[in-house]
Ligand binder design. Structure first.
Ligand code: ATR
Length: 301
């Protein structure tokens, strides 16, 4: 089943004997922009490679990944819902991926599978490229699932003044605060948790934020994690609101706009995490050959 699915999606490495083959694995994967992004990087850096899609069965990631690498695949990006499976699949996992609790980039070297996570670095680079100062900033991260966890380490490394993690249910946000307490202390960042309800309450959330990142998937179902009261408490017109979802102006983004804040979707994060994966695979020396912001501009046009 796995290899026939791969062939149907043109991702079986044996179909491309003269090219080094990469793929993005997810379920569903049909609408992924990753093949287009990596094709652009390959053109910019003059690399002969093929990048396709792979859609393993929901409980079939390890089998599909094993078949892909056994057939000569060089590297794989991994997206929803397989980032935990990818972490388990890798023989060696980077420290940042371990802290993120997920792997989004795999590659084979000397018969071993390596795993890393470039999501958080991608988010940070996109924010900085948009002119958002993170050092000494007050940052609010909404959500405490896998997407939130993946970006906490790189955000803390930017030495913001504080990082507040707000979630519907407090237990998960509390867990993340515990998990990242040492890193926060070493960066001298005040790392705190809140419930979403706390965001409405001036006594619990007494100041607005410079940067508010929505790491929940609420936007995909037309919802926002924020009530009107929370919106007026946490945003000012100088805030920057970032939704990790891309391809639409979410309710969260509309709420921020109504408060006069600047907004961004997560398309830049997608491109920047892909750039890091590309360099892990093809060599850091190609960094000066690729232009992620040009790829992003092209995707938006
Ligand atoms: P992901 O890997 O995308 O982060 P996840 O691990 O299932 O997915 O986590 C989903 C996150 O979005 C959680 O923080 C969840 O809040 P709970 O922990 O309270 O469930 C949050 N979430 C999802 N839908 C939401 C909504 N409509 N409003 C607020 N938070 C929402």
């Amino acid at each position: 089943m796995t290899s026939s699915a791969s062939i149907a999606l043109h991702t079986d490495p044996s179909l491309f004997p003269d090219l080094e083959v990469y793929a993005v694995a997810g379920n569903p994967i049909g609408h992924s922009k990753s093949p287009l992004i990596h094709q652009r990087f390959a053109e910019q850096a003059q690399q002969a490679m093929h990048y396709g899609r792979l859609q393993p069965d929901l409980n079939g990631f390890a089998k599909a990944a094993k078949a892909f690498f056994a057939a000569g695949g060089k590297g794989m990006n991994v997206t929803v819902p397989f980032k935990l499976d990818a972490q388990e699949f890798a023989d060696e996992v980077s420290a940042r991926a371990r802290l993120a609790g997920a792997v989004n980039t795999l590659w084979m070297r000397d018969g071993k599978i390596y795993g890393d996570n470039t999501d958080g670095a991608g988010l940070v680079r996109d924010l900085l490229a948009q002119g958002i100062a993170l050092e000494q900033a007050r940052i609010l991260l909404i959500g405490a699932g896998g997407a939130a966890r993946g970006v906490i380490g790189p955000l803390l490394e930017q030495s913001p003044k504080c990082l507040v993690i707000a979630n519907r249910s407090s237990a998960k946000a509390d867990e993340l605060v515990k998990l990242f307490a040492n890193l926060a202390a070493s960066q001298e960042v005040a790392l705190e948790s809140r419930t979403l309800a706390d965001l409405e309450d001036v006594s619990k959330t007494p100041y607005p934020f410079d940067v508010v990142i929505n790491a929940t998937a609420a936007g995909l179902s037309g919802e926002s994690p924020l009530t009107t009261k929370a919106v007026s408490n946490i945003f000012t017109p100088s805030s920057f609101a970032y939704d990790m979802v891309y391809g639409k102006t979410t309710v969260f983004m509309q709420q921020a706009l109504q408060r006069g804040a600047r907004i961004s979707d997560g398309l830049g994060m997608l491109v920047e995490q892909a750039a890091d994966a590309f360099l892990l695979w093809r060599g850091a020396k190609l960094a000066s050959c690729i232009d992620p912001r040009a790829v992003l501009a092209k995707l938006r046009s």
